[in-house]
Design a protein around this ligand. Structure first.
Ligand SMILES: Nc1ncnc2c1ncn2[C@@H]1O[C@H](COP(=O)(O)OP(=O)(O)O)[C@@H](O)[C@H]1O
Ligand SMILES: [Mg+2]
Length: 604
């Protein structure tokens, strides 16, 4: 119990700490809007102040409404305008017009500065969001659904910013108005005003009581919104599969039920929020009525001083709007807090920074895995793997699907951290290195080819230093890309649209291979890179490997005997351990795990 309370307080503190850095750079813009808001608030008080004298003038045709009650000591209005030369009515026309011009300029400046600060804040949060995701171990992101992530990026950040600016604007504008009007009220009738000053904050507390429920409801609703987005993403990606298996109805049902969940949860939040409005309305009205009744009984002097009484009531009436607005803010803010928590969750993923600061030197000897263990959610995938990749050698890693080959590669690339055991680069533990420098020494051709929306050339040079451009021709050659480039009029400058949807998987894979070869890295890993290539293309991979043999250390994962045949050493992964090691020839004997895996290809 104590623990959960502590945790809650901690997370509340961290929410403010999380939001503040995004607001800080835009303080100046916010200050400008505060100035505009203050002017706006002051004009509201001025209207209230003027209500009495105006009505008095209209009703009694008073000769000079300001002379009898010099409320501000000296008659400042009389000083400000040459009252004698103006008729009473034109004086009012001028005052009201001037006030209204000031008020409208202040209002539009406020809207501009608040909007500008809001957009700046949104942009900064989105940038930080992107940086945070890229600085994260992929492990955390694999779990996050892509559609949900996009909703966090767009909808939740938008909601978060709206809450920040809306809250800042409302607290400042309505808060300032309330303060000014309360001061005026106090000046006009100090005793009665004390009641307002006590009752109104008490009312806000009542609203706060339902605020927590509202927040929880909206948090769940926003989670559902993420789920709906991910279902839509599924539809967009899987259209051919959905169509060929006539699964349209099933998918539509899934979409509908996801949408229904979202709708229900949103309505729950909206209902709770709607419930808070009458509460605010009733509290404000009760406070107002109390003021009226008490001042009614108290005001014997009313007849002597009618404009004072009118000003007092005008002030009370004007006070109701900002007070209600502040009350509704409490419940509106809950949506912002719910959205902020979802955005914040993407900032606390496990950070992808290796503790060390060393830069690995080019590989001299070997990369060694010693007793490496790794689990996914308690399920052990690797349980004590020992493996050596010698410099300049070709090593093959084989095993059934799901044996953990890709996981092993992700550990070598520093995407995942071993639960126990260690990986050594020339005898030095991985922890001692800075992950980024370590990855500069490693290239990977992943199982799924990945291209960005840019030219083929940019895709090949992705993230690498410009100085490697000199290797471009060689990499294109070695990866067998020439035949594709010949077909394209713009060659290397051809742009790849929509992650390469106009290219075949094999063509995409060759671009990925060229990318892996362009830098002067030491280790090149092919994770089933040939599996999406036809057999002639597979020959090209073998040629590639032949070309870089000796220059680079190579690790291949493949299900084809002909590719594995190139390897000087083969490791067989089964049951989370390396169960056999040797050359292809040595392992191709009956009874070995290797033989079982490649039986059909060996016996051919
Ligand atoms: N992100 C993940 N979360 C949970 N389990 C995972 C994850 N990635 C892979 N696995 C599981 O780990 C096992 C090994 O996967 P993988 O290394 O991809 O196998 P291989 O590449 O040998 O086919 C599989 O059983 C797979 O289901
Ligand atoms: Mg794999």
């Amino acid at each position: 119990m104590v623990n959960s309370k502590n945790q809650k307080e901690e997370s509340q503190v961290s929410l403010a700490q999380f939001v503040y850095p995004f607001i800080r750079p835009h303080i100046l813009t916010i200050v400008f809007s505060v100035i505009a808001m203050s002017i706006y608030a002051l004009t509201t008080s001025a209207y209230a102040y003027l209500a009495g004298p105006i009505l008095k003038m209209l009703l009694w045709k008073d000769s000079n409404p300001f002379q009898e009650n010099q409320w501000f000591g000296e008659n400042f209005l009389e000083k400000l305008f040459d009252v004698q030369s103006l008729s009473q009515i034109s004086l009012f026309v001028v005052i009201i017009l001037v006030l209204s011009v000031i008020r409208s300029i202040a209002q539009s400046l406020e809207a501009y500065f608040v909007g500008k600060a809001g957009q700046n804040i949104q942009m900064d949060i989105r940038n930080a969001f992107g940086e945070s995701i890229l600085g994260t171990l992929p492990l955390g992101l694999l779990k996050a659904r892509k559609g949900d992530m996009v909703t966090r990026l767009i909808a939740d950040i938008n909601m978060m910013e709206m809450a920040i600016t809306h809250a800042a604007a409302s607290i400042l504008r309505d808060g300032l108005q309330t303060i000014f009007l309360c001061c005026l009220l106090f000046y006009l009738n100090p005793v009665v005003s004390l009641i307002a000053i006590v009752v109104l904050p008490a009312g806000t507390l009542v609203v706060y009581a339902i605020a927590k429920k509202i927040r929880r409801a909206f948090k769940q609703a926003f989670d559902k919104r993420g789920y709906v987005a991910s279902v839509f993403m599924e539809v967009a990606r899987g259209l051919p599969v959905i169509k060929i298996f006539s699964a349209e109805q099933k998918i539509i049902d899934k979409l509908k039920s996801a949408n229904m969940l979202l709708r229900n949860q949103m309505i729950k939040g909206i209902t709770l929020q709607a419930l808070s409005y009458p509460v605010i309305e009733i509290i404000t009205t009760v406070a107002f009525l109390m003021l009226v009744v008490i001042s009614w009984n108290q005001s014997k002097e009313a007849c002597d001083n009618p404009e004072r009484l009118i000003s007092f009531f005008a002030t009370v009436l004007l006070l109701m709007r900002p007070v209600k607005s502040l009350g509704s803010l409490v419940s509106f803010l809950q949506q912002g807090i719910a959205a902020t928590r979802r955005v914040q969750a993407m900032f606390v993923l496990q950070k992808d920074v290796s503790p060390g600061a060393l830069k690995p030197s080019p590989l001299q000897q070997e990369i060694t895995l010693k007793d490496v263990c790794f689990s996914y959610e308690g399920r052990e995938i690797l349980s004590g793997v020992n493996l050596v990749l010698r410099r300049g050698e070709i090593t093959a890693l084989v095993g059934e699907s799901g044996a953990g080959k890709t996981t092993l590669i992700e550990l070598i690339c520093g995407f995942l951290r071993a639960a126990s055991g260690n990986i050594f680069w020339d005898g030095m533990e991985y922890e001692k290195f800075d992950t980024v420098s370590l990855r500069e020494r490693i290239s990977l051709v992943p199982q799924e080819p990945f291209l960005i929306n840019a030219s083929i050339e940019e895709n090949i040079l992705l993230g690498r230093n410009e100085s490697f451009r000199k290797n471009l021709d060689w990499a294109v050659n070695a990866s067998g890309l020439q035949s594709l480039l010949k077909k394209l009029p713009d060659g290397l400058k051809t742009s790849v649209e929509e992650e390469g949807s106009s290219l075949s998987t094999g063509e995409k894979q060759r671009i990925c291979i060229a990318r892996a070869l362009i830098s002067d890295c030491d280790l090149v890993i092919f994770d089933e890179a040939a599996s999406s290539l036809d057999s002639r293309a597979e020959d090209a991979i073998q040629e590639t490997i032949e070309k870089i043999k000796g220059q680079k250390t190579i690790l291949i994962v493949s299900h084809r005997l002909s590719t594995i045949n190139f390897a000087q050493r083969v490791f067989v992964l089964a049951g989370g351990k390396i169960v056999e090691t040797g050359t292809c020839g040595e392992l191709s004997k009956q009874g070995t795990e290797f033989y079982k895996l490649f039986r059909s290809q060996i016996e051919r």
